[in-house]
Design a protein around this ligand. Sequence first.
Ligand SMILES: Cc1cc2nc3c(=O)[nH]c(=O)nc-3n(C[C@H](O)[C@H](O)[C@H](O)COP(=O)(O)O)c2cc1C
Length: 166
Amino acid sequence: MKKVEFENVQNIIANQLKKGAFLNTKVDGKSNTMTIAWGNSGRMWDRDCFSVAVRHSRHTFDLMEQSQYFVVSIPKLNTLKKELAFCGTVSGRDKDKFKEANITQQILEDFDVPGIEECELNIVCKIAYKQSMEPSLILSDYVKKKYQTNDYHTIYYGEVVAVYEN
Ligand SMILES: Cc1cc2nc3c(=O)[nH]c(=O)nc-3n(C[C@H](O)[C@H](O)[C@H](O)COP(=O)(O)O)c2cc1C
């Protein structure tokens, strides 16, 4: 594992995120992960920033609300498909997904939230800002269709504090 610059791994993130990545949290000593495919990797407030969108029905939402940090783990292109499908359909409320999906928590120096050993990149983010979606501000019918059950996202903007490559 080595530390790399966020700006040097943008292509890896762009190519794999749409196919799936993992969003890891840890609260009260217990880790969880869920699959994500929506997010933004860029710049905000003069800092490197990664934002993730978490629907309010997710166990991860409850955990994010109690967190200061999260980790996004990016698989090597087109790998871990079974694991992504599992972690994107099963809830950490019911199962220890690391154990059941057979993926390995990876300690990232002094950070509490783990990365995933089988992933190419582990991106440690400190939550700088969060915003729950305001339904009246959705301007596009296409986006409205994504919320037919009123299960809105909160978007968490994480300042990227470290990126590790395996
Ligand atoms: C490919 C894929 C991408 C997903 N992307 C997101 C996402 O960006 N945001 C979200 O809230 N849920 C997303 N999900 C759904 C969650 O991963 C899923 O509901 C998961 O079981 C939640 O786990 P949790 O209850 O342990 O948080 C995605 C699922 C899949 C299969």
